[in-house]
Each structure stands twice: as C-alpha cells, then as structure tokens.
Design a protein around this ligand. Structure first.
Ligand code: SAM
Ligand code: SF4
Length: 321
C-alpha cells in the first residue's frame, strides 16, 4: 500500500488486547475501563484484516497490546498469521512477565522475534514504575528468549526517575548479551506527559562516556526508525527511537489496528477507520481491501508531538505503542 505522500506501508502493529498485567505509570492507570469482550476482535477477524493488508503489501506484523501474552491463545494467533500468504515476519512486543512460560509455544508457532519492554533493572524502581513486583519474571522471560536464540530486543523508555546509572545498567545488557537495547523517547500520548523523561542527548553523552568507542551505524537491525550505535565492547547495539526530538515521519511505514478493530493511521492522532462494523456486517474481501486502501490514503504527513499533549484521546495500552 502506498499512502497519499508516497510512503510504502508494509508494517502493521496489531493490538490483540487492551488489558495488561502491569500498570506502567506512563501507559495505563490502575483503574482503567476495559473494552467489553464482545467489542474486541476475535482472532479470526484479526487474521482476516491482516490477510487483506498482506494482499496489499504488508509483510510484517507486530503483535502488541495491552499485554499480548495476557490474552489466551496468542501463540495460536501467531501461527495463523505466519500462515497468511505474504506475511514474512511476525514479532511480538511484551513486558516479558509471561514470556518464559509461553515461549516454547510461540517459537513452535514460528515467531520471528521478540521485543521486551524493560525500563529498569532495579526491583524496587520497577515496582514503583509498573505497580507490580514482577521484575524477576520479566528477567526470566528475557533469559528464556536469549537461551532460545530468538532475535531479542529490549525497549526501554528513559525516565528521569531511572537516572543515569539505571539507564547505563540497562544499556550494559548489550555488553554481556547479544541483545539490542533501544531507548524509546517518552511520547506525550495518554499518560506519557505525566512523567519526566531522561533527555536523549544527556543519555547519549553518558553512553559515550561509558563506551568511548561508541559509533553510529547505518546497519539495518529492525523494521523501524531506530538509530543504532555500536562499540567494540558491545555484543549488541544501543538504539534510539526518538519520535519527538528526531521526527522520522517522512519514512513512516506503519499503521495500527486496535483490539476493537479500529485502523489507526498515526500514533499521534485519533483518526482512522472502524473495521469491526464491516467485518461483522458481511464485508467481502474486496471491500475490506478497498477500506484499507482508502484509509491509508488519509494517513497524515507527520505527527504534532512537541506541541503539547497529543490530540489522540486513547491511552497507550489501547493503542499498542
Ligand atoms: N505490554 C507490551 C509491552 O510493554 O511491550 C506491549 C504494549 S506497550 C503499550 C508497547 C510499548 O509502548 C512499550 O515498550 C512501552 O514502553 C511503550 N510505551 C507506552 N507508553 C509510552 C509512552 N507514553 N511513550 C513512549 N513509549 C510508551
Ligand atoms: Fe502494560 Fe506495556 Fe502499558 Fe506497561 S507499557 S502498562 S506492560 S501495556
């Protein structure tokens, strides 16, 4: 699919639930109204949308949430997506807490990679940030993924409260393990504007002080906009995904499907197209494709982050990141 600005759209972020077993303060408040079960797409409905998108050129699906592993049968969905003609890669983003337990099934289903969200290695800081004392299980998930040899990345949102040493400890995972550690700039979506970020420039300076050989690389290591840095001492790389301070909209390749079946065109805005009603109202495959094609033409040129709170009214757990 090509959007109205000539950008090729080949990547779909598929949110399979708005529920989560953590409560990261920048993402999801303790008491949040959940979408009623009947309004969440069934897996077959999600696969239908992905198959239509695949016929239009989408070849990569990222399964997200809420916490995707909190929805029963995630591995079965991965297997069904991998069987869709045209889908080359299916990866997962997870907080890792349920990963060790589900990894064997996910790998048998053909999962191509996993991103584990981990913002601190300090158990008490993790509990304060996520509302749950689950760091040990999240780390078990990470170790299980590394032991299995599946392509693994760590996504960390650098926060002022984590501090320089806390962030360096996270980056050091790339020293001891073959894993890329990516720092994702805090975005003013939902509750993201309520926490103080750790500045990307200050973080890069701290990383360079710790690993003086750190140098940028153009090597492509993922599906998206991360800029990577490597050093002789590092087995993995450190990456930055800086949507706000280093806008990459000109190269945007993605759309998002919420668990309710709403096709979202840009993270920043609430606009998009409801696909649940046509899915449940008997739309044909050709009609579904046409809806997708027309929707993608409405994709905005760029976000407006940095100009106050994002116009999107959904919180991040309802979008999928
Ligand atoms: N629960 C899964 C996880 O944590 O990976 C998948 C969903 S979560 C919404 C996806 C990603 O969005 C996580 O890496 C999380 O850190 C990130 N995220 C949530 N709110 C954010 C915000 N306001 N700014 C930047 N990233 C955010
Ligand atoms: Fe849950 Fe992921 Fe949001 Fe944290 S970032 S509350 S793990 S959905």
């Amino acid at each position: 699919m090509t959007d109205g600005f000539g950008r090729k759209i080949d990547y779909l972020r598929l949110s399979i639930t708005d529920r989560c077993n953590l409560r990261c303060r920048y993402c999801m408040p303790e008491e949040v109204p959940f979408v009623p079960h009947g309004d969440i797409l069934r897996y077959e409905e999600m696969v239908r949308v992905c198959a239509a998108a695949a016929r239009l050129g989408v070849d990569t699906i990222k399964v997200t949430g809420g916490e995707p592993l909190a929805r029963k049968g995630c591995a079965g969905l991965v297997a069904a997506l991998k069987a869709v003609p045209g889908i080359r890669k299916v990866t997962l983003t997870t907080n890792g807490v349920l990963l060790a337990q589900q990894l064997p099934r996910l790998l048998s289903a053909g999962l191509d990679g996993v991103n584990i969200s981990l913002d601190t290695l300090d158990r008490e800081a993790y509990r304060r940030l996520t509302g749950r004392d689950e760091l040990p299980r999240a780390l078990d998930g990470l170790e299980a993924a590394l032991a299995a040899g599946v392509r693994t990345k760590i996504n960390a949102v650098p926060l002022a409260e984590t501090g320089r040493e806390g962030l360096l400890a996270l980056a050091a995972l790339a020293e001891t393990r073959p894993v890329d550690v990516r720092f994702i700039e805090l975005m003013p979506v939902g509750h993201g504007s309520e926490l103080a970020p750790f500045g990307q420039n200050a973080l890069l300076a701290a990383l360079k002080e710790r690993w003086p050989g750190l140098a940028p690389t153009d090597e492509k290591r993922g599906n998206g906009p991360a800029r990577y840095w490597i050093a002789p001492e590092l087995k993995g790389a450190v990456g930055f995904i800086s949507a706000v301070s280093h806008e990459f909209c000109a190269h945007c390749n993605r759309v998002r499907l919420t668990s309710e079946g709403f096709l979202k065109l840009c993270l920043c805005y609430g606009d998009g197209v409801d696909l649940r009603a046509p899915l449940r109202g008997g739309a044909s495959e050709a009609e579904l494709e046409e809806l997708l094609r027309q929707a993608v033409l409405q994709k905005p040129a760029r976000h407006s982050f940095g100009k106050g709170r994002a116009p999107e009214g959904r919180i991040m757990s309802q979008i999928g990141g």
